[in-house]
Design a protein around this ligand. Sequence first.
Ligand SMILES: C[S@@+](CC[C@H](N)C(=O)[O-])C[C@H]1O[C@@H](n2cnc3c(N)ncnc32)[C@H](O)[C@@H]1O
Length: 297
Amino acid sequence: MLIAELREARRAKGWTQARLAERIGVSSQTVKRLEKGIGSTSNLLASMRALEFTLTGVGAGATLTEQLQARRRRQGLSMAEVAMRAKLSRTTVADLERGGGSVASLLRLLDALAPRARRRAPERAYWGQAEKADRDSRFTPSSFLAPIYEAFGAIDLDPCGHELSPVVARRRLVPEHGADGLTDTWTGRLVYLNPPFSQLLVWLRRAHEQWRAGNVETVVGLVPVRTDSSWFHEVFSSDADIFLLKGRVSFLDTKGKKQPTPFSLMIFTLGAGPEQKRRFAELVPGFWLSRDHAPRD
Ligand SMILES: C[S@@+](CC[C@H](N)C(=O)[O-])C[C@H]1O[C@@H](n2cnc3c(N)ncnc32)[C@H](O)[C@@H]1O
């Protein structure tokens, strides 16, 4: 199932094997073999990441191998027990949980631990009918940026920038200029993120990863209220502060026309201070969710 679906996901994206190979830094032959279930777990994980391909029905975790480890622990199984069940050695299971080993072993482990795992439905674009690039290029209006500047200060980095966007930032990563916010290192004190919504989870993970690495001090993001992923619950709900907006924001399209969102939005922050959050709530209708749940260890 996993291998066939992965191939499907690549085709649905319109990518050739060569394009995927280039994205993950391997040969086309490696991708070809991977799509026959032959190869290394690390290359499989890299393909899954590049294709934004995740499984549901396994467990929480940033990668499939982390998910499998979480699943094993939740079932109260030792590595030796699960190895016996999957007809693998204990060392192989340990290897797999570290992201090593072969695809064939990984598939056996998956079958033993989570036989009902299935592909998480790809995130849908939030905007109605239009070209994907156009749907993903909806700009934050100046009227919404004003309270952000006032509450959080000047923006150092817009990691998903556009020439026509009104966002004022010291550094903008604009794809047309050869920049890539998903791979270029983020820098600066304050990041403002209004990502392509068709790739929401990828950008949230990226923001969290750059913030956790200490590359940036504070991230303020404007995103749809989408809280169904395990990742959101395991990671983001603990590390991020969430502000639910009242009403809708009218974004600007590439022709400068106002486009009200047909869905709810929230602001998330990573590393914002209490005073900044208080000021923001004074300026913008909505409320901060309380943080009375236990923090992640
Ligand atoms: C929703 S728009 C937001 C633009 C701007 N940040 C704003 O708030 O007005 C998302 C933009 O992300 C840019 N983008 C898409 N993929 C990107 C990537 N890999 N790296 C940098 N920017 C990207 C596109 O140019 C697109 O216009």
